[in-house]
Design a protein around this ligand. Structure first.
Ligand code: ADP
Ligand code: MG
Length: 330
């Protein structure tokens, strides 16, 4: 067995020094590495090409193609791509802070302000993919959302229950408060993503004028899978567990198919919702006025035609609400 800190070497990747393992997948390892020519610190995804069949190889090339075609602050950038007989190498910008998944595990759950800060960046990335590139990501989840820098754990009060608006976001999590914030969060892993536009003309695939409604709709519907996933991520951020879960895969599938989830008490009792009593209480400043539950309901909606699009999402009051001001230092 190799010692833990001994990094492997790969034929065809001579110009990089591997420093650390950042993550892995079924056919790949992702390393923090230094480009020895530019001295730039990067992430290298090493894909074991020899384990892949022809269609899996084609998918990697598609992943590369899609990443090459994107340029947005909420999308992980591909710096270069190369291949050796046995491997593919995807050199990317390094997301030193790692997965959103680990931060949820670490913090139990996020305050509404922090969740908004994170989810709006993800949503801007999705808006760019859906509306400017015609790309559906198809694998939006906390493991594929990465922090640029290592987040600083906020003070205990920011994660205390019950939800206390006064104490929300105390600590150093929000940029500008305390130690410089958490940097950006970006969307990674285009391994399952799909272009639904003609890549040359940047119009929907097929001749639009003759396309049947169900195909036109299908394109819109395929984008809606990302909106469902965004709803799942938002739900998970706000309470610390996913909306759909069961130990049995059959039961889980059934729950998802029916859109069966609940705002489980007591975890959701303090998260903002909407309704008359709520409006009254929020006017009296007894509750926060950001209807997070309403937004989630419009995302975790079984009929894709009813589900919010990314523009509807971004226009929702929960998204447009100004964050509570940082606490005044005493
Ligand atoms: P897979 O298709 O196998 O899921 P990913 O592209 O999602 O591959 O990469 C696997 C893991 O590697 C991610 O979940 C993340 O932890 C880490 N990772 C991927 N890209 C980067 C990056 N650019 N910077 C830092 N870590 C990364
Ligand atoms: Mg992944």
């Amino acid at each position: 067995r190799e010692p833990k800190n001994k990094m492997p070497t790969y034929k065809g990747l001579d110009n990089f020094k591997l420093l650390d393992k950042m993550g892995d997948g079924a056919f790949s390892n992702v390393y923090k590495a230094v480009d020895l020519t530019t001295e730039q610190t990067v992430a290298v995804k090493v894909v074991r090409k020899f384990e892949l069949n022809a269609s899996q190889r084609a998918n990697i090339l598609k992943e590369v193609q899609i990443m090459r075609g994107t340029n947005h602050p909420s999308i992980v950038k591909l710096i270069s791509f190369s291949e050796a007989p046995e491997y593919y190498f995807l050199v990317m910008e390094l997301m030193e802070g790692g997965e959103l998944f680990h931060q949820i595990v670490k913090l139990t759950y996020f305050s509404e302000n922090l969740a908004r800060h994170v989810i709006l960046q993800v949503a801007q990335g999705i808006r760019y993919l859906h509306e400017e590139r015609g790309v559906v990501h198809r694998d939006i989840k906390p493991e594929n959302l990465l922090f640029e820098r290592i987040p600083i754990i906020p003070s205990k009060s920011a994660v205390q229950r019950p939800y206390d608006e006064e104490k929300e976001d105390e600590g150093e999590f929000i940029p500008g408060v305390g130690g410089g914030g958490i940097g950006r969060i970006k969307i990674a892993d285009f391994g399952l993503s799909k272009v639904i536009w003609n890549e040359e003309t940047m119009t929907p695939c097929g001749t639009v004028g003759y396309t049947a409604p169900e195909i036109v709709k299908d394109e819109r519907y395929s984008q809606s899978v990302d909106m469902w996933a965004l709803g799942c991520v938002l739900y998970t951020l706000l309470c610390g567990f996913p909306p759909f879960y069961d130990e049995s895969i059959n039961v889980l599938t059934e729950k998802v198919a029916r859109g069966y989830y609940t705002f489980l008490s007591p975890w959701w009792d303090d998260v903002s919702h909407s309704g008359m009593i709520f409006d009254f209480l929020s006017k009296m400043r007894l509750l926060t006025s950001r209807p997070a539950k309403d937004l989630i309901q419009h995302l975790l909606c079984v009929d894709p035609a009813q589900r919010y699009t990314i523009d509807e999402f971004l226009a929702h009051p929960w998204c447009t609400a100004a964050p509570a001001p940082p606490p005044v230092p005493s």
